[in-house]
Design a protein around this ligand. Structure first.
Ligand code: NAD
Length: 372
């Protein structure tokens, strides 16, 4: 298979973790006989310095001509957000890409690795039940795109934000969720606030209509307030969670703390044609940029998601995930997941050494023979 990939490392740790992810991609290309043509583009502060804009036309046209976008992260130090280079950097880069390519669904897998359970804020007995879930967040509707208004009435300020969903928007993301559950543990939890909101009543009705096309998938509804509690109390009950833009924004960030570090998570934003942007959900981590402390796993797992969701290369994606798990099992830890109390059983490594270990396991992964 030959694919063109737009590579946008961005700012902070973006460049260093992307370098490691591209080594993993090159290894996959070699082992599975694919050709991945990678072309770098500027985004975020790095683009601002060169072009005076966070998302130059050159970068957009590179993305338009690619089969997928591999994105690092953008943004400056929190204390420097007032500078022109960083002001609105994230919105100008990521939200513009989302709108330009109509990314309608965001995938956030959340998994607690048994070998890292001491990093999770959850109790061991909860983790031991197994935590491996996928949150799918609708990205093009809800109050983010409805009318926002602040006005005066009787000399008092009033603000309104309109939540709006069309049945087509809900149906599109529901299909994505049922298909994703088909390749997992066959269960979808649809999260809404149907006891209060009309938009949620429509959401629930449409998800059930779509669900009739997938009789093998178990569908359950859950109110968002309950889901927030269940994610902490009993996350093992979930396989695929599908929810609205705002509920997904909040729930996916809550779930992101369960594995114990942002450096372990991946994220994918995908449109109806399967074109996607793959990135770690964390930011540019300027506090550790250039120190070698960045964990490359988030960027490497995002690359695995690109292979799975945009190129349908399931075996290749699994090979990467398996190599990450084996590396963690062998005790290799970057700074963010290192626990000095376990120093006898683990080894502190930097960003590059972590990916070297992952690559060594990837070189040894067994490749299944194609079924005749
Ligand atoms: P952050 O996500 O960059 O970092 C939060 C904490 O997590 C830091 O302590 C950081 O060191 C750690 N961390 C994050 N990724 C890590 C990794 N791969 N390995 C090890 N540790 C990791 O959040 P922040 O510091 O609040 O934001 C920094 C900048 O990133 C800001 O400008 C913010 O606007 C931007 N941001 C960008 C994105 C994006 O590009 N998608 C997302 C969130 C924040």
């Amino acid at each position: 298979m030959k694919k063109h990939i737009a590579v946008l490392p961005g700012d902070g740790i973006g460049e260093e973790v992307m370098t490691e992810a591209l080594k993993v991609l090159a290894c996959i290309a070699g082992r599975f006989e694919h050709q991945f043509v990678t072309t770098h583009g500027y985004v975020g502060g790095a683009a601002y310095e060169r072009f005076g804009t966070h998302l130059p036309e050159e970068t957009l046209s590179l993305c338009r001509s690619a089969d997928a976008i591999l994105f690092g992260s953008v943004g400056g130090l929190v204390s420097e957000q007032h500078l022109d280079k960083w002001r609105n950097c994230e919105a100008n880069s990521i939200l513009t890409l989302r709108k330009t390519f109509n990314f309608g669904a965001n995938f956030r897998p959340v998994k607690i690795y048994p070998d890292l359970k001491e990093m999770s804020p959850l109790k061991a007995e909860i983790i031991d039940r197994g935590v491996d879930l996928l949150i799918i967040r609708e990205l093009l509707g809800d109050s983010y795109f409805g009318e926002h208004k602040t006005f005066y009435q009787d000399e008092r300020r009033i603000a309104t934000d309109v939540i709006m969903y069309t049945e087509d928007q809900v149906a599109a993301v529901a299909h994505v969720a049922f298909k994703a559950a088909g390749g997992r543990r066959q269960k979808v939890t649809s999260v809404d606030k149907a006891n209060v909101l009309d938009s949620s009543k429509l959401w629930r009705a449409v998800v059930h209509e779509v669900g009739r096309n997938y009789p093998e998938i178990k569908l359950e509804d859950m109110l968002v307030d309950n889901c927030a509690m269940q994610l902490i109390k009993d996350p093992s009950q979930f396989d695929v969670i599908v929810t609205t833009n705002m509920f997904g924004d909040i729930l996916s960030d809550a779930a992101a703390v369960l594995p114990g570090s942002l450096g372990l998570l991946s994220s994918a934003s995908i449109n109806a044609e399967g074109f996607g942007l793959y990135e770690p959900p964390g930011g540019s981590a300027q506090d550790i940029a250039g120190t070698g402390k960045a964990n490359p796993i988030a960027q490497i797992l995002s690359t695995a998601q690109m292979l799975r969701f945009s190129f349908a290369l399931e075996q290749e994606a699994r090979a990467i995930e398996q190599s990450v798990e084996t590396t963690l099992k062998a005790g290799y830890r970057t700074h963010d997941i290192y626990n000095p109390k376990q120093s006898a059983a683990t080894k502190l490594v930097d960003c590059q050494q972590m990916s070297q270990q992952i690559l060594a396991h990837l070189e040894a992964v067994q490749i299944a023979e194609p079924v005749a």
